[in-house]
Design a protein around this ligand. Structure first.
Ligand code: JFZ
Length: 454
C-alpha cells in the first residue's frame, strides 16, 4: 500500500452481504429536509435562485436569526408512513436522509446541542420515526451527515492558529459524539453518507476521517460509508494519493453521470446523486427553479444510465416545510414508480453488460445472476427501429418485451446485429429482455457426429 496510513484500507471492492445488497438495490431516494424547507429559497421578499439549503449564505442570514426558524417548524403534514410509502411507490430500495445539513440543525434530539428538532414545536424524533417507517416497508436507511457546520462555534474552514486547532479539535469531538450517538440510537441503519468535508480543516484531519469510518463500522457491522468522508494524510479526498478508493463507494458524481461509453468506471462501486431541479436539494418554491425541473422520464433515463455503468442513482426529494411532498415530486414518484413496477428487472440486481457497446439509442444492462441482457430504449430513433450490435459469438435465444413478457419479432443483419421495430409513440422507455446463448455451445446434449466413434 506504499505506506499511506490513512489512505485506502483495501484495493478491492467489498463483497460482503451488506455491500452486495446495496449494489443490488441500485436506486435510492435522497431526502433533504430541514429548516431551509420553510423559507424555500426566499428571504425578506427576495427570491434567491441558488440552492434553497444555502439560503443562510445567499441572503447572509446570521445563525441566531436562522435558528429562530425552529419556532415555525410545526410540520403538520409530516407523516413517516406516508414518506415510507412514497419511497416504496417510487421504486427506491433504500433511503438516505439528512440528519444534519450545513446549517447545523439536527432532525434527531441530539444530546450534544440544543439546535435540534426537540426544541421545535414538532418535537418528535424525525430520524427515529423515519428509520422505523422505512425499515417497516423493507427499505434500507442511510444517514447523511454534514461535517461542515455553520452553527457550531468551533467549526473552522481552515486551521491557521493554535486557537483554531483547539476549537476544531473540539468540533471533531462533537461530530464524533454525534455520529456515535446516531449509530447507537439507530442500529438498524445500513450506512452513512458524509458531506461538507471539502474545507482545509477537514482535509488536514485525514486520520479523523479514517477513525470515523472505523468507529461506525465497529458500531454497525456491515455499515457502508461513502468516499466523500475521506481524506488521507496529504489531504487528498475520495481516492488516496496513490489513487485507491477510500470508503466503500465513490460518491463524487454529483448532478452528473459518467459518459455512457466510459466503462472504466465499472472498476469501482459508485453512486451518483441527482436533483430534480437544476440545482436545489432543499425544497425551493421559486418559479425559475420550477422551470428547471427534469421530466420524470429523464430521471428514468439517468437511472438506467447509472446501472448500465455499474452504479447506483440516489434521486433527491426535498419535502416542503409542512412535511408534504410537492406535486412535481409526486409526479416523479408516479411516473418512475410505474415504469419500475413494470420494468424493474432491468435495474435491480443489474449492472454493466460486458461486450455490449453503448448503442446511442439507450442503454444495456445485465443481470449477473441470470445473464439476461436488457436493452432499454430511452431515445427512440425516428426510423422506428433500433439495431443491436451483438458481442462476438453471442446469439439470440429469446427476445421479449419486459413489461408484457411477449416475444418480440426481430430481423437478423448478418451474424453480429439484429434489428427490432420500436413503437415510436411509446409513452415510456420500452425494454427488451434478451436471453443469449454462445455460438459454439451446442443447445442440447447431442453427440457431435465428427467425434462419434472415435
Ligand atoms: C453538497 C451540499 O452542499 C448540498 O447542499 C447537498 O447536500 C449535496 C448532496 O452535497 O453539495 C456539493 C457537494 C459536492 C460537490 C458539489 C456540491 N462536488 O463534489 O462537486
Amino acid at each position: 500500500m506504499g505506506g499511506l496510513e490513512y489512505g485506502a484500507q483495501t484495493h478491492e471492492p467489498r463483497d460482503d452481504a451488506s455491500m452486495r445488497s446495496f449494489r443490488h438495490d441500485r436506486f435510492g431516494q435522497f431526502i433533504h429536509w430541514g429548516l431551509y424547507a420553510l423559507p424555500a429559497g426566499s428571504w425578506d421578499g427576495v427570491t434567491y435562485g441558488f440552492a434553497a439549503e444555502f439560503l443562510p449564505q445567499s441572503a447572509t442570514i446570521p445563525p441566531e436569526r436562522w435558528a429562530r426558524l425552529g419556532d415555525e417548524f410545526t410540520a403538520p403534514e409530516f407523516d413517516p408512513m406516508t414518506w415510507a410509502r412514497t419511497a416504496r411507490d417510487l421504486g427506491a430500495r433504500y433511503v438516505t436522509i439528512t440528519t444534519k445539513h450545513h446549517d447545523g440543525f439536527c432532525l434527531w434530539p441530539s444530546e450534544y446541542t440544543d439546535f435540534t428538532v426537540a426544541a421545535t414545536p414538532l418535537k418528535r424524533d424525525v430520524i427515529g420515526d423515519l428509520v422505523h417507517a422505512y425499515t417497516d416497508v423493507g427499505l434500507a436507511v442511510h444517514l447523511y451527515y454534514s461535517v461542515l457546520d455553520w452553527h457550531h462555534p468551533d467549526w473552522r474552514y481552515s486551521v491557521d492558529t493554535p486557537a483554531d486547532r483547539d476549537a476544531f479539535t473540539r468540533y471533531l469531538t462533537f461530530a464524533s459524539d454525534q455520529l456515535r450517538e446516531l449509530a447507537t440510537r439507530y442500529p438498524a441503519v445500513r450506512g452513512f453518507w458524509f458531506d461538507g468535508t471539502w474545507d482545509e480543516s477537514v482535509k488536514a484531519n485525514g486520520r479523523w476521517t479514517l477513525e470515523t469510518e472505523r468507529m461506525l463500522k465497529a458500531l454497525i457491522p456491515g455499515a457502508i460509508v461513502n468516499s466523500r468522508l475521506r481524506a488521507d494524510e496529504h489531504g487528498t479526498r475520495h481516492r488516496g494519493s496513490e489513487g485507491a478508493l477510500m470508503g466503500d463507494y465513490f460518491s463524487g458524481y454529483e448532478r452528473r453521470l459518467p459518459e455512457p461509453w466510459d466503462r472504466s468506471v465499472t472498476a469501482e462501486d459508485w453512486e451518483a446523486c441527482m436533483t430534480i431541479p437544476q440545482n436545489s436539494w432543499g425544497y425551493h418554491a421559486g418559479a425559475d427553479v420550477a422551470r428547471s425541473h427534469k421530466h420524470p422520464l429523464e430521471l428514468v433515463e439517468q437511472l438506467v444510465h447509472a446501472v448500465s455503468l455499474g452504479g447506483n442513482l440516489l434521486l433527491n426529494f426535498g419535502p416542503r416545510g409542512d412535511g408534504s411532498f410537492p406535486e412535481f415530486e409526486q409526479d416523479v414518484v408516479g411516473t418512475v414508480g410505474a415504469w419500475l413496477a413494470a420494468n424493474g428487472a432491468c435495474v435491480y440486481g443489474c449492472g454493466v453488460a460486458e461486450g455490449w457497446d453503448y448503442p446511442g439509442w439507450g442503454f444495456y444492462t445485465r443481470n449477473a445472476e441470470t445473464g439476461v441482457v436488457y436493452a432499454i430504449v430511452t431515445r427512440i430513433p425516428v426510423s422506428g427501429a433500433v439495431v443491436l450490435q451483438l458481442p462476438e459469438d453471442i446469439r439470440i435465444h429469446r427476445l421479449t418485451a419486459l413489461d408484457t413478457g411477449e416475444a418480440v419479432p426481430f430481423e437478423h443483419r448478418g451474424d453480429r446485429a439484429i434489428r427490432i421495430g420500436v413503437d415510436r409513440a411509446a409513452s415510456a422507455p420500452p425494454v427488451f429482455a434478451i436471453e443469449t446463448r454462445h455460438h459454439e455451445t451446442a443447445p442440447s446434449a447431442e453427440v457431435n457426429p465428427d467425434l462419434a466413434d472415435v
